[in-house]
Design a protein around this ligand. Sequence first.
Ligand SMILES: Cc1cc2nc3c(=O)[nH]c(=O)nc-3n(C[C@H](O)[C@H](O)[C@H](O)COP(=O)(O)OP(=O)(O)OC[C@H]3O[C@@H](n4cnc5c(N)ncnc54)[C@H](O)[C@@H]3O)c2cc1C
Length: 157
Amino acid sequence: MPDPSRLVTVPTLSQPDMAPAGSSSLYVLEPVPHNGSGLDWGVESGPMRERLLAFLEREGYPTDVVTERLVTPDEWQAQGMHLGTPFALAHTFGQSGPFRPANVDRRVPGLVFAGSGTTPGVGIPMVLVSGRLAAERVQEYAGRALPVPRPPVGATS
Ligand SMILES: Cc1cc2nc3c(=O)[nH]c(=O)nc-3n(C[C@H](O)[C@H](O)[C@H](O)COP(=O)(O)OP(=O)(O)OC[C@H]3O[C@@H](n4cnc5c(N)ncnc54)[C@H](O)[C@@H]3O)c2cc1C
């Protein structure tokens, strides 16, 4: 992307013990295509590092780096993520809203999914909503599948 939306986090501002005294921890995230794009990260990671450093410098962050680690889709893929996609399904039109995989599977009644790969989507708030929706589906299923105890015939209350 020519003008990507980057996320910078400086956890040492609220948790100083995340770096040696006098230093900071910096985390920079830039969205990139997944490995279906054919990008060669052996070639791209050097220029990417330079672009990120230039961005940090431009925005006034410290760039006197002591130690660093660059993670690319290759590392995510090596961890078993399909095409190096830690963010699950992209929110393209065909994968959003009603087109996103549902949190129940009609073929296996009682099987309920939660997390970023199902509805409503990616990110901690969405995933928490997904957990609530999954709990509701389990409750609905259990309510149908498990016999609700009934009072014995003749009971008065
Ligand atoms: C680099 C990055 C930065 C992000 N930044 C933000 C942010 O700033 N704000 C935000 O809201 N969201 C952010 N997200 C998105 C957010 O982290 C995810 O959407 C969310 O964590 C997904 O939750 P999940 O429970 O679906 O999956 P995960 O959090 O990935 O949890 C799945 C868990 O299952 C475990 N697991 C996998 N396979 C097995 C197995 N076979 N057996 C047992 N356990 C297994 C994994 O180890 C993992 O712990 C970020 C994601 C990434 C990758």
